[in-house]
Design a protein around this ligand. Structure first.
Ligand SMILES: NC(=O)c1ccc[n+]([C@@H]2O[C@H](COP(=O)([O-])OP(=O)(O)OC[C@H]3O[C@@H](n4cnc5c(N)ncnc54)[C@H](O)[C@@H]3O)[C@@H](O)[C@H]2O)c1
Length: 371
């Protein structure tokens, strides 16, 4: 199969859909890989590395789009890329179509076979192509939180670990899933006092075992959240209700009662956020201060560490991408239900039930009936 990869053109997006190591794997399996010149530079991969791995470098993104049978990307295509869709093209990337009717219509009109990273689901219900980004955002939340606790950023001037003779910082993590667990790992490693709140007792048991009692676990109730955050230096919002909007657990009323200069990193902001005072910020302008509390609410945190993110993402995407390339999408759908669950549009049809439910008048067709 002819596999393509272009430079991401979304604002502040430096990740790339294929690394040189990925190219090596595809070419070793007999596939041809076309890479737009400069596509990997933002993630620290030079054109010569792609050439050494066996890729053909192409000057013009439009030529990559038109020549390839499967396009492997990171983010959804932007409107200026829509005219480059062609009948039968396999598009393998994050799509988030439920929030983007225009893009869905363009994929349907172009008869694109769109496989979305975010809906590809394994038999145990896990989302293998979303998890790496949550791991990164969770770990990064501590790095960013520690930075904005510094006095120069309006923070309270507290070092997470403290030093002998000073108090350690209190880190409170609301939500103990992938983001929360990874945040807790770094917080414990940095020597802070760490509290994790979750509504799932099973999850709290797992965290207690994982951290050998070095993390305080609490059932997530309004009372417990309030008690924990009033003495917090750093609060991490890491809640997810799959398919639903995030509950506003971190209330505006708490802010005035907290220590001025404490920091709130609302990782869940991409799903609406779990703070009443949260609003989306960008890497260009990541923080704002409300009632004395520094808010960090960047919706695409992994973009800040493009190289790690590109490697982590492609570690997860390579396996399914290679299966699609080796078998052809139709056979891969028949043999692997996880790949079938990733297909959002196929030959002008909507093949993801949740996506069809998101728009009035949109009909869902089971992918298995089309291949
Ligand atoms: N900003 C970013 O760049 C970025 C990057 C990756 C993920 N995220 C977001 O981070 C959030 C968490 O993702 P995840 O992968 O960790 O999800 P996850 O499903 O692994 O974990 C979510 C956890 O929230 C818990 N939860 C649900 N309701 C709760 C409540 N009322 N109180 C406390 N805990 C509750 C669940 O039990 C679960 O353990 C999501 O909104 C995700 O989209 C953001």
């Amino acid at each position: 199969m002819k596999i393509g990869c272009v430079r991401e053109i979304k604002n502040n997006e430096f990740r790339v859909g294929l690394t040189p190591d990925n190219v090596r794997v595809y070419t070793a399996a007999g596939h041809e890989v076309l890479i737009e010149r400069g596509a990997g530079v933002g993630s620290g991969f030079a054109d010569v590395d792609y050439v050494a791995a066996g890729a053909h470098m192409v000057d013009d993104a439009a030529n990559v789009w038109r020549s390839c049978e499967m396009m492997v990307k990171v983010k959804e295509p932007l409107p200026e890329e829509f005219p480059l869709f062609h009948d039968g093209l396999i598009l393998y990337t994050y799509l988030h179509l439920a929030a983007d009717r225009r893009q869905m219509d363009a994929l349907l009109a172009g008869k694109v076979k769109a496989v979305a990273y975010e809906t590809l689901t394994e038999a145990d219900g896990s989302l293998p192509l979303l998890a790496p980004m949550s791991q990164i955002a969770g770990r990064l939340s501590l790095q960013e939180g520690a930075k904005y606790l510094e006095s120069t950023f309006g923070g309270e001037g507290v070092l997470l670990a403290g030093v002998p003779g000073t108090p350690k910082a209190n880190v409170v993590i609301i939500g103990g899933g992938t983001v929360g667990t990874n945040a807790a790992k770094i917080a414990v490693g940095m020597g802070a006092n760490v509290t994790v709140l979750d509504i799932s007792l099973k999850r709290l048991e797992q965290l207690d075992d994982l951290f050998g009692g070095r993390v305080q676990t609490l059932v997530s109730t309004d009372v417990n959240i309030e008690r924990a955050v009033l003495d917090a230096d750093l609060v991490i919002g890491a809640v997810l209700i799959p398919g639903g909007s995030t509950p506003k657990l971190f209330k505006k009323a708490y802010l005035k009662e907290m220590r001025p200069g404490a920091v709130f990193v609302d990782v869940a902001i991409d799903q609406g956020g779990c703070g009443e005072t949260s609003r989306v910020t960008t890497h260009d302008d990541p923080i704002f201060i409300e009632d004395g509390i520094v808010h960090y609410c960047v919706g695409n945190m992994p973009g800040a560490v493009a190289r790690t993110s590109a490697i982590a993402l492609t570690n997860a995407t390579l396996r399914y991408g290679l299966e699609i390339a080796d078998k052809g999408l139709e056979q891969a759908i028949k043999e692997n239900p996880a790949i079938a669950s990733g297909v959002n549009t196929y030959d002008g049809n909507v093949t993801c039930r949740n996506l069809a439910d998101s728009f009035e008048g949109c009909t869902y067709i089971e992918i298995e009936t089309l291949v």
